[in-house]
Design a protein around this ligand. Sequence first.
Ligand code: GLC
Length: 474
Amino acid sequence: MIRGAGLFLFLAGLLMPAGRLCTAQEHAPYEPTLASLDSHPLPQWYAGAKLGIFIHWGLYSVPGWAPLSHPSHDFTSADYIKNNPYAEWYLNVMRIPGSPTQAYHREHYGANFSYYDFAPIFNRESKKWNPDEWAKIFRDAGARYVVLTTKHHDGFTLWPSTTVNPNPSIPQNERHAERDIVGELTAAVRQQGLKMGLYYSGGYDWTFNSGPIETAADYEAAKPETQAYGDYAFAQIHELIDRYHPAVLWDDIDWPKTGRPMQVEADYYNAVPDGVIDDRFGIKHADFVSPEYQNLDKISAKKWEECRGLGRSFGYNRAEGEAETIAPADLIALLVDIVSKNGNLLLDVGPEDDGTIPPVQMERLKALGAWLKQNGEAIYDTVPWERAVGKTVEGDDLRFTRKGSDLYVTILGAPKGRTATIVGVAARPGMQVTMLGHAEPLETRAAGDNLQVTLPAHLPGNYAYVLKLAGYAQ
Ligand code: GLC
């Protein structure tokens, strides 16, 4: 059923209105209408990529701090907003009277130190940053694409934007990074064979509507909708499209209606036909939906991408350590779970102001990379099977993925027994069962409607173990 729907969507995406198969390249030009935008096929590279690295880096990386009092993200309560665990919201929270961030700021920088005074420090520290090192780290973590914040809600841009910001209160030299961070990282990432995507905060720009946001109602009210802002955002995103040709156009929060969101999307597809657009432009079209710190509980025919930090924040939070950072086993289980349900994981790192990736985050990236090196076959370029989730008789949690006629069954965590009896997966003639990372075929036998597999005496690797049922999904 799900497989049928997936196949239908896939073919519908490839078929021109005239019924002819086309590639994304052949389709252009796109028009600023929903019908035209919706005819954009989901590019295979994105469907198969499964893992991207998100990077939140900017002025907020200088103080790099947020309170730890809210371990989960409920977003809407005033107490949450005042204690926002997202360190990239520092500018907002430091202006909320009585907030811990306000106290932190006064203690470390003084009441007269403005947020934009972080710009000279960021510019000085970011001179130490080596984009090639980052690109290699992300490649070694197993990512196939990268998405960088080019402008977060504070309005500071990581490229030397030539669009004039009409707000006179922020000095010109405190509005953008001195280095062309976007350009340098784009080049380095592409050199490693990865795709480069760009995040832009279209919905909020605190140089246009400073807020602060203190209650859930303010989330909406804080969106600048003036013509001046619409023109500004429109010009800036066109700078990004023209200069860097991003493979992902990742807008955040919303897009000003005065900034013509459909025109932006059509212009983007015409410039980058095999690019993808998220679902935060405030219009109905999207190549993928973007739940944040949230898992889907079943297979979704619509492509989705979960974004989350390695810890509780996207931007660097020096208060976070081991306890706040996802454990390697949980991270790997999360990736496998997402992929089994037709998702990608956009996993965020929050570097320090000089580009250092915090050691707790590096460790996770390394664990993920090592696991994917052995088991990536069950992840990359797979599609969901009939079911995402399963169990063994022995009590193991399973996730399924499929590539061609091969079914991959991933055991999450250390297997509970010497055998894994996969519930509801019957033995089939001609099928061969192996474990990725283990050379010899495994012994199997039918146990009623289930398939009992004898596991290797020494398990290869750690965290999660993949059984490959070659030829199962005929
Ligand atoms: C949210 C947050 C933001 C973060 C983003 C990532 O909208 O405001 O800080 O950049 O989502 O998904």
